[in-house]
Design a protein around this ligand. Structure first.
Ligand code: ARG
Length: 459
């Protein structure tokens, strides 16, 4: 049998395999709410402009309400034979509203319809991402607040570098997630123009009011160019790019957690609620959630790359290739949003072990830079020479198997006779941290300024 939506020009039905291959209803039913919202705005506009009658509008509105309720109740029957969400809803509407339903598609095409639905969906996804990121920032902030003077090792190349505080480390991520929020906000702002009324590609001869539908749907204005309106998906790419970047930040933080809770570090203990056991090794507390977050970041990055590959060779205007856009965005949102929630929960729940952090902060001569700085500031040595002297002192401490602040003064004086007992005051990790008072540095007095900034922002 021919398709009832476009059967006029057809004599036969689709090949069996086409019935499997072309439908998008399996995934685009997630646009149901947006599709109904778009249809309501379009119908009202048609009536206001005198393109359809008030009676038709009422019938359409009533039918859409029933459909909305059916979808909510789970009783709506999505049919593959009707391809996508747009035709599924229109077909049901014609059962409910009769010929009025057939007037709804006046001055509209599925091309501008799907572009509108999808923009509405992505706009809401940006808002959800922002909420998830904010919640995570708040969890990180709380740990920072509680750990202003908790000293931990700071690494470069995963080698002991200089001591820092856990608060400073947490706030570094608050900054990253703060920029992620700005990226989503920016994407949401730029996508907020309405494609509806572009029709198939060229506009329409009906006296429509695109300003009206745009405002009805919360868009700032109608899109200026009908070809651009139906064929551009850079808004989805921007969402995916923001999601991919946020996912890399989540992945980094997840990698830190996996490391921090390993016995070699023992910096944190994850709560039972966010840990899993092993089916064979009874002693295990595995950071599965962190690993899964790290793993899922791969999908999100992949989603961006996949959609970029779909759109890059397309000529104007609409091509069905674009049907491939939605699953990439749904997939990214399905990976990102729970990852944000789980990470926030896991971070809020974790127990810090300041003793382990302090112990490891001392290992590997992390205050060697402070010794070199003392030689510069007290003995007026050029930094390069001070660096060399300090290297020899570190070597000596290593040979004797002691930390720098436990190395006898005479040993230091054998290498540099000018060194006095005054040097001891810069060799502890506490002194090292407190000395890093430059703007953005790890000294608690400076970190307190960051806390102050974010407390206001995250209120
Ligand atoms: N299901 C389509 C999509 O996801 C809707 C638009 C279809 N338009 C068309 N002319 N085939 O993009």
């Amino acid at each position: 049998s021919t398709n009832k939506m476009w059967g006029g020009r057809f004599e036969g039905g689709p090949a069996k395999i086409m019935e499997e291959f072309t439908p998008s209803i399996g995934f685009d039913q997630r646009l149901a709410r947006e599709d109904i919202q778009g249809s309501r705005a379009h119908a009202k506009m048609l009536a206001t402009q005198g393109i359809i009658s008030r009676e038709d509008l009422n019938a359409i509105m009533k039918g859409l309400e029933t459909i909305e309720a059916e979808i909510k109740a789970g009783s709506f029957e999505f049919k593959r034979s009707l391809e996508d969400i747009h035709l599924n809803i229109e077909s049901r509407l014609s059962e409910l509203a009769g010929p009025a339903a057939g007037r709804l598609h006046t001055a509209r095409s599925r091309n501008d319809q799907v572009a509108t639905d999808f923009r509405l969906w992505v706009r809401a996804a940006c808002t959800r991402a922002d909420a998830g990121l904010t919640e995570l920032q708040q969890a990180l902030f709380k740990q920072a607040e509680a750990n202003l003077t908790t000293i931990m090792p700071g690494f470069t190349h995963m080698q002991s570098a200089q001591p820092i505080t856990f608060a400073h480390h947490c706030l570094a991520y608050v900054e990253m997630f703060g920029r992620d929020r700005l990226r989503f906000a920016d994407a949401a702002k730029r996508l907020n123009e309405c494609p509806l009324g572009a029709a198939a590609l060229a506009g329409t001869p009906y006296p429509i009011d695109r300003e009206y539908t745009a405002i009805q749907l919360g868009f700032a204005r109608p899109m200026r160019n009908s070809l651009d309106a139906v064929s551009s998906r850079d808004f989805a790419l921007e969402y995916l790019a923001a999601a991919a970047i946020a996912a890399t930040h989540l992945s980094k933080l997840a990698a830190e957690l996996v490391q921090w809770c390993s016995p070699g570090f023992g910096f944190v203990k994850l709560s039972d609620a966010f840990t899993t056991g092993s089916s064979i090794m009874p002693q295990k507390r595995n950071p599965d959630a962190a690993e899964l977050i790290r793993g899922k970041s791969g999908r999100v990055i992949g989603d961006f790359v996949a959609l970029a590959a779909v759109v890059k060779g397309l000529v104007l205007a609409y091509g069905t290739d674009l049907q491939e856009d939605k699953e990439r965005v749904f997939d990214a949102s399905d990976a990102l949003e729970p990852s944000l929630k789980v990470m926030a929960g896991m971070f809020a729940d974790l127990t810090v072990n300041p003793v382990r952090m302090r112990t490891l902060a001392n290992a590997g001569y992390p205050t060697a830079t402070d010794l070199a700085d003392w030689l510069v500031q007290t003995l007026n040595k050029p930094f390069r020479e001070a660096h060399h002297i300090t290297g020899s002192i570190v070597k000596r401490a290593e040979d004797l198997g002691v930390d720098l602040d436990k190395l006898p003064l005479e040993e230091m004086q054998k290498i540099e006779p000018g060194i006095t007992a005054d040097v001891m005051k810069v060799l502890s990790v506490e002194a090292s941290v407190a000395a890093r008072m430059s703007y953005g540095g790890t000294a608690p007095d400076r970190v307190r300024e960051q806390l102050f900034f974010w407390r206001e922002k995250l209120k």
